[in-house]
Ligand binder design. Structure first.
Ligand code: ADP
Ligand code: NA
Length: 330
């Protein structure tokens, strides 16, 4: 196709995706498959940069793929695969590791954050070179655009530096990618602590919307979201972070814009907003949960989708790797 190519990945985390993952990333992936030649992967190679239980990793990888399909990724419209099924990722990563300066890798701020959590001495070398694997992920597909959040910008800069270095040293081989910063993307906050980003690791259980929770649990979490002592429903992230977060979620899930919602709830209390949003959430998560379960209950279909995805991905990745190997002198 002549559509611009995009590449993006998501980690196979334990349990379900949360609302931030969906509204902040996966939803855009679904939209991009209509306009782009999109490659999406579950990054299980990245997952083992921190200790993993094999059976859990395998289950979480399948669960992530099932959720991506349930969210609307269509294997006829995009290429969906599991990173470890395409050995070229690890192979190109080695070459890229050998082009990366130790100091350069040391400046990646995510390593500092992530290794601090485990104790710097216990962090694996894999965690240290994680950004270089990400470079290989992107360059293998000659992707022009990489949809990422602001926090990944530094890794895209590294990708550009290494592509330029390789091309300069060995001859034109890799497309220079650009970060496609998801600006319009909603950032979702913890329902109990709206100053903190909703996240698997940092959220309180009641503040985290897991997409595979029982719908009635989700409704309850929404109804007990922290707001403020005022009663006015107005979008104001500084004065009213809790209410603003609820409006963002409502708006993103329904397509209603925020001024429209402010008008709809003028003179009504927070209870009305929460009750309605709880209903919107239930309507979203109920079919999502059902579709995910359908894929999990039919492992043959899921395996066959992922096998076809890996085959499509390898057709591109193997060609790039073979050119790169040849250039390097292999
Ligand atoms: P977590 O922070 O829960 O560990 P990840 O870092 O694995 O989630 O994020 C996976 C994707 O979901 C990324 O593209 C990230 O930008 C997006 N994302 C995660 N949390 C949020 C959030 N609270 N709001 C918007 N997007 C988010
Ligand atoms: Na990502």
């Amino acid at each position: 196709t002549d559509r611009p190519r995009v590449l993006s990945g998501i980690q196979p985390t334990a349990g379900s995706f949360h609302l931030g993952n969906y509204l902040g990333a996966v939803r855009q992936w679904v939209a991009l498959q209509e306009t782009h030649d999109a490659f999406y992967m579950v990054v299980d190679l990245h997952a083992i940069t921190v200790p993993q239980d094999p059976a859990e990793l395998r289950a979480n990888t399948r669960l992530a793929a099932a959720q991506l399909l349930a969210a609307g990724l269509d294997p006829d419209r995009c290429t969906l695969f599991v990173q470890s099924h395409v050995p070229e990722h690890a192979q190109l990563a080695w070459v890229m590791n050998c082009l990366t300066g130790f100091g350069e890798a040391s400046r990646m701020t995510q390593f500092k954050d992530k290794s601090a959590k485990q104790g710097a001495d216990r962090a694996s070398v894999g965690l240290f070179t994680y950004p270089v694997l990400q470079v290989a992920d992107i360059l293998l597909y000659q992707a022009g655009e990489v949809p990422v959040g602001e926090d990944q910008r530094q890794h895209i800069e590294l990708t550009r530096d290494l592509a330029e270095r390789f091309n300069g040293r060995f001859g034109e081989t890799f497309t220079m990618p650009k970060a496609y910063i998801l600006k319009e993307t909603a950032k979702i906050y913890d329902l109990q602590d709206p100053m903190v980003k909703m996240s698997k690791s940092a959220s309180t259980p009641k503040g985290l919307i897991n997409l595979l929770d029982e719908p009635k649990t989700t409704a309850k979490k929404v109804r007990s979201a922290v707001t403020d002592t005022d009663t006015v429903i107005r979008y104001d992230v500084v004065e009213k972070p809790g209410v603003s977060n609820l409006l963002t979620i409502y708006s993103t899930l329904t397509g209603a814009d925020i001024p429209e919602l402010e008008e709809k709830y003028a003179g009504k209390g927070y209870g009305a907003l929460k009750t309605d949003l709880a209903e919107v959430m239930v309507e979203f998560v109920t079919p999502f949960k059902e579709r995910t379960q359908q894929y999990l209950d039919d492992p043959e279909t899921l395996d066959s989708i992922l096998a076809k995805g890996a085959e499509k991905a390898r057709a591109v990745a193997a060609e790039t790797l073979s050119r790169a190997y040849d250039r390097v002198g292999f």
